[in-house]
Design a protein around this ligand. Sequence first.
Ligand SMILES: Cc1cc2nc3c(=O)[nH]c(=O)nc-3n(C[C@H](O)[C@H](O)[C@H](O)COP(=O)(O)OP(=O)(O)OC[C@H]3O[C@@H](n4cnc5c(N)ncnc54)[C@H](O)[C@@H]3O)c2cc1C
Ligand SMILES: *[C@@H]1O[C@H](CO)[C@@H](O)[C@H](O)[C@H]1NC(C)=O
Ligand SMILES: *[C@@H]1O[C@H](CO)[C@@H](O)[C@H](O)[C@H]1NC(C)=O
Ligand SMILES: *[C@@H]1O[C@H](CO)[C@@H](O)[C@H](O)[C@H]1NC(C)=O
Ligand SMILES: *[C@@H]1O[C@H](CO)[C@@H](O)[C@H](O)[C@H]1NC(C)=O
Ligand SMILES: *[C@@H]1O[C@H](CO)[C@@H](O)[C@H](O)[C@H]1NC(C)=O
Ligand SMILES: *[C@@H]1O[C@H](CO)[C@@H](O)[C@H](O)[C@H]1NC(C)=O
Length: 610
Amino acid sequence: MLVLLLLSVLGAARTAGALLSSYSLPPGVTLTDGEEFEYIVVGAGAAGAVVASRLALAGANVLLVEAGGDPSFISRIPAVAMALMGSEMDYRYETISNNVSCLSSKDRACLVSRGKCLGGSTSINHMMYIRGNREDYDALNITDWSWRHMEPYFLRYEGLQDLDHLPISSIPYHNTTGTMKLGFFEYSNNPWHLRIINGYEALNFPCNLDVNGVSQIGVSRIIGYTYNNERMSTARGYLGRDDVKRKLKVAKYTRCTGVIIDDDNVARGITVVHGPSNATLRLYASREVILSAGALVTPQLLMLSGIGPADHLNEMGIPVRVDLPVGNNMTDHTLVLVVVKVEKETNLLRGIIDSAGKIFSLLADILISRGRSLGSIGLNDVTTFVNTLCYDFDKRQLTKNSTKCELSTTQFIHQYAARGLLVIGGPILKQRIGLAASVINQLSEINKNYALVIISSLVLQPKSSGTIRLASVDPLQAPAIFPNYLSDERDVDEMVRGIQIIEQLTETLAFKTAGASLLRLELEGCPSSSRDLTAYWRCYARHLTYSTFHSVGTSALGRVLDTRMRVRGVARLRVADAGALPQLPRGNPAAAVIALGERLADFLLDNNGD
Ligand SMILES: Cc1cc2nc3c(=O)[nH]c(=O)nc-3n(C[C@H](O)[C@H](O)[C@H](O)COP(=O)(O)OP(=O)(O)OC[C@H]3O[C@@H](n4cnc5c(N)ncnc54)[C@H](O)[C@@H]3O)c2cc1C
Ligand SMILES: *[C@@H]1O[C@H](CO)[C@@H](O)[C@H](O)[C@H]1NC(C)=O
Ligand SMILES: *[C@@H]1O[C@H](CO)[C@@H](O)[C@H](O)[C@H]1NC(C)=O
Ligand SMILES: *[C@@H]1O[C@H](CO)[C@@H](O)[C@H](O)[C@H]1NC(C)=O
Ligand SMILES: *[C@@H]1O[C@H](CO)[C@@H](O)[C@H](O)[C@H]1NC(C)=O
Ligand SMILES: *[C@@H]1O[C@H](CO)[C@@H](O)[C@H](O)[C@H]1NC(C)=O
Ligand SMILES: *[C@@H]1O[C@H](CO)[C@@H](O)[C@H](O)[C@H]1NC(C)=O
């Protein structure tokens, strides 16, 4: 996380662009009022870049409209992925507090990141490639949306580079030639990489080489959206292709403000604010309009266009075209940060010099060569999936006594903070991640002498859900985001079971011999940990809650969309983005969202638009 500081030297890093392998993104087009295209796609993110590229490759006249511009050079470097949160490529939304989660964040409100550039959030995300469990799709019980129907779309885009490092049983689950090149991240050389894996193994967690293969359970070194040690966003994988660049029109810095719908409820086009003068233009689509602005903004655009909950639209003074549960049932993966202090070192000054030295060597790597460490995401590529109900706390062992044990309920994610990091990086963490000063201060004090291993326990199938509503009828304002994390006690139960497994993990030999111990931070309003440890962890989970920026469900299949991704009650209007997923997959959702983009392109091209 030291690399957060790299942002301050972003200017210098930019000049190094030529050293990394070259690909270029499409140039932007200038639009004029009243222009017509066959298809207009709004948002160039995980799904939008995909639909637009496939339609253009098939010969259609397509305009892709994107609020941001090209991702900055730094977004290519996996090692600095964390530094992109809060940067100029991030919308960084504030949310409305529910007073029972994110209590150690500013105003008790969670911060929510989203990418604002070509590639959308795939240009700033943490690049973990996880499809989820087949059960995630089968359980939807929506006609034509089972795993059997989805699997071909995952395979269509997958360009796995490292199949030869996976077990033979993995072969049927992968494609090596798709446009999104994927592979292992560079190895981090951090001894904790192996210690963490050994720790889980001592608790009987299997070492799983492929979470997208036969089973998802166990500790894994995961595959990522990375190729030649650089990020593989959908901007790179789709928009950067020469054949796409020749055919697709991309309008950058162009913000959609609504859908033009005629009196017969047929979508005819969109309105945008475009270019340096912020001109308002009307653009027409002779075939279809596709909204891919993400789970937070697509519902806003629908509601501004009169499609949404009638009572809310009435309240906002917007004439109701179609009464639909737009913006409802929003679910997100939330996690609790658990901090393990490790490796005592007494020489503070040396610690700080070491840390500072790392910044400069990292920088030198960027400037001089494609240094080894730049392709690594540190301990972030070690991840664990587990059904916590199958963990036996008395025996300190993961069991496999029911078929349910194959269905994970928690994911653990790992990070490392070198000694002295927070002393230097504290202010940046506070500003960018929104951690309260009281927590940063406690952590920095310990981090002066100790390195920290940070383990996040993430609830994969949350029961809590929130909403998106309009905060204003001004389309340039952000929507009102009410994530409502941990409103259902069962999500806290799950987090606490996760913390208790981490507690036993830190008591394994691998952790103990490295001097590990779990930190019990002092948190305002929490009971003392020595009096009632479980009550303390429940309270802790409500304080150190973080969003993982995986929201789905806000314009979902089966609720707002029909099975062909058409907005119910309106012709020629479809949605393809995370909001279209009715439920969260058991895993980071970009893989599923890209597959939705592939699938919608098929719907639009296959049966003459049906
Ligand atoms: C920091 C972070 C880390 C993450 N880590 C992972 C991970 O490791 N693995 C994983 O699988 N998932 C991860 N995710 C989640 C994943 O990236 C998202 O689920 C996925 O990108 C959502 O795709 P989308 O198409 O719905 O939206 P996005 O990819 O966000 O794209 C939406 C696009 O629409 C544009 N847009 C918005 N409003 C307008 C408008 N009015 N007009 C024009 N354009 C507009 C945006 O600028 C953006 O480019 C992460 C997300 C974040 C933010
Ligand atoms: C949270 O607390 C604030 C301040 O007490 C209050 O204004 C707000 O309505 C509460 N929010 C919820 C969702 O209860
Ligand atoms: C699946 O959906 C069908 C039709 O909507 C319904 O009859 C059935 O009960 C559902 N099955 C399950 C397991 O929910
Ligand atoms: C694998 O990718 C290639 C290239 O995109 C594609 O043509 C092929 O259909 C894919 N294979 C499967 C099984 O989807
Ligand atoms: C255009 O809009 C942006 C964002 O709202 C604003 O920062 C900028 O000043 C505007 N430019 C003009 C010329 O009005
Ligand atoms: C969606 O939310 C509504 C109201 O919040 C709730 O009644 C309904 O059960 C939810 N639907 C699903 C499928 O989660
Ligand atoms: C399986 O083991 C877990 C952990 O010991 C236990 O809680 C659970 O009840 C067991 N389930 C079955 C079906 O035996």
